[in-house]
Structure formats: structure tokens, C-alpha cells
Design a protein around this ligand. Sequence first.
Ligand code: ADP
Ligand code: MG
Length: 332
Amino acid sequence: MKKLTLIFTAIIILILSACAPSQNKEGESFFAMDTYMQAEVYGDRQTVNDIKAEIERLDKKLSSVNPESEIYKLNKSGSLELDGESAELIKRSVELCGFTDGNLDITVYPVVEKWGFIDKNYKIPTQSELDSLLKNVDYKKITVNGDTAVVPNGMKLDLGAVAKGYAADKSRGILSKSGVKSAILNLGGTVLAYGKKPNGENWKVGITDPENNENYMGVLECADKTVVTSGNYERYFESGGKRYCHIINPKTGCPADNGVTSVTVISPDGTKNDALSTALFVMGAQNASEFIKNKCGDMDFIILTADKKAYITKGIEDSFSLKNSEYEITVV
Ligand code: ADP
Ligand code: MG
């Protein structure tokens, strides 16, 4: 009798596993938001297609360089009634600029352009060029009434510092509606680790070594998190032996130059992570550590500096491991 029950149970398990949704890896690589992206979704091809379509939609809508985008049209006309989504994202971004004391400033775009980071015709602007552009850098002057946004004359808005994080949040929305349990997206330095791996283990996210960006300096184990990195190796030029990176200090108009080589922010909120990865990069390791302690108790960070220090938060002490032992970890 016992044997019969065992056989019966085995058959039921077999049937159940045959009915379980397949866990095939469905992948796609594509170019959007000026970077290469990869999506790996377990068990559902349609969801990969939906995510790709969603990111392409956002790229078209939020780009500062595409003449078809709402942001481009807003910058051109100075005042525009947007759809609710863009209006909300601008409002949220302005709030995040305030939250970071203006170290994130979505109106820094004319300065970014002047350094050549948009058309890749890099040059070092003169101080008087910077001074005159900086008069028009101030997120507080952006207003959104209802769905109508106003960008004062001479100013330009750019959501490049938050768009990929927002795209990760929207992708997570698609994944949770789809019933998919496991997915990992890499939206060019913005990683969405959705659920766990199909085998139940945590995802392992490599943290790029800014000193050699083909290698990882460490690995973070996580589940259901967005891991956003801003690094000095993403877009930069060199002149006179000095590296000028694409993250600008909105107060000086110059590329951040404080020893930080990358900032990774970890939490479930992709948009906020993206905003903070840029802002903390501008602040520098010391100020960023203070800021984190005072204002971001529920978020985790990895800040790397040129002198091979890795400042990490307590929350990831056990889930972050070094791969490059030249780095020295300080828990902040
Ligand atoms: P990446 O796009 O490489 O992932 P970020 O999220 O840090 O990096 O965004 C950097 C982009 O945001 C730059 O390319 C530039 O267009 C814009 N930017 C640069 N500095 C700032 C800043 N301090 N505040 C807001 N946007 C910025
Ligand atoms: Mg960012």
C-alpha cells in the first residue's frame, strides 16, 4: 500500500511539474537611451517584447535630443501641455533635485552640451562661458501646473539622470502584471533584479571596476532590487592627462572631480536610485556618506574612489563581496 502511495505521489509531482510554466530564458539585447540594454526573463517571451517596447516608448518620449520627444518640444517652446506621465516625472525629478540639495539638477543640460557630452565634440569651456550658462541652471525655476510644464527662456530640461531608473520601475510594473517570477534587466548600468533566480538563489550583480571597466571589483547578491551605477567610465574625455566625466557639478559647471569613480545605489525604487547615483557622485564620498546617514536610512550604497576605497552601507555588508582585493571596504 505504502509503495502504491509513493508511486502515486511521484506521478502527481511529475504531472505538476509538466504543468508548471516553463523556465526557459527569454533574452533580448537592444540599444535604447543611448546605451546597450539586455533583458532576461524566465518563462515568457511576450514579457521581453513588452519591456523592450516600453523602454523604446520612454526613450522616444523623454529624450532631450529627439525632435519628436515631449521634452525636446518643451525645451523648444518653453511651455507645453504634456501627458500626465511626463508631467509627473518632471515633478518627481524636481522634488529629487530639492532632496539632493541641487546636486542633481535637471536644468544642467546647457552646461553638459557645452562640454560636448551630447554631440561628442568635447571641449573645455572658458570660465566666462560657464558663468553665463550657470545663470540659467536652477531646477527651482521649472514649474508644472496641472500637466503644463514651463521652462524659462534660456533654460533646458534633461531627464537623462533619472530616465533609466524610471524605465526600470516601469519594467518592474510589466513584470509584476505578467506573473513572471524571475528576470534580470541591465539597462546600461541600471540593473533590475526581479524576484530571485529560477533556482531560488539571489541574483549576483557585478559592480564594474572603474579602473578597468571590463572587470568587476565586487559582486552584490540581491533579490527584488534595482541596482543603479553612475561611473566615471561611462562617458568621458581626456585632455592634458586629466579625465573629464559626464556628471557635472551644477554649482561649478565642471565635471565632478572629487575622487569618486563610481556610485551604486540599491533599493527597490529605480528612479530615486538613479537620481541619487548622480547626486552622490557630485557630492563626493565624505558628503555623500553624511547625506546617506541623515536622509536615506532605507537605501544602500557602494561608493568607489580613485584611491581604491569602497564605502558601503551596513545593509549590504553581508551581501557584497570584493573580487578585486586592492579595494579596501569601509562600512559607513
Ligand atoms: P548614466 O546616464 O551614465 O547612467 P547618470 O544617471 O549619472 O549616468 O546621468 C548622467 C546624465 O545626466 C549625463 O549624461 C547628463 O546628461 C546628465 N547630468 C550630468 N550631471 C547632472 C547633474 N548633476 N544633475 C542632473 N543631470 C546631470
Ligand atoms: Mg543617475
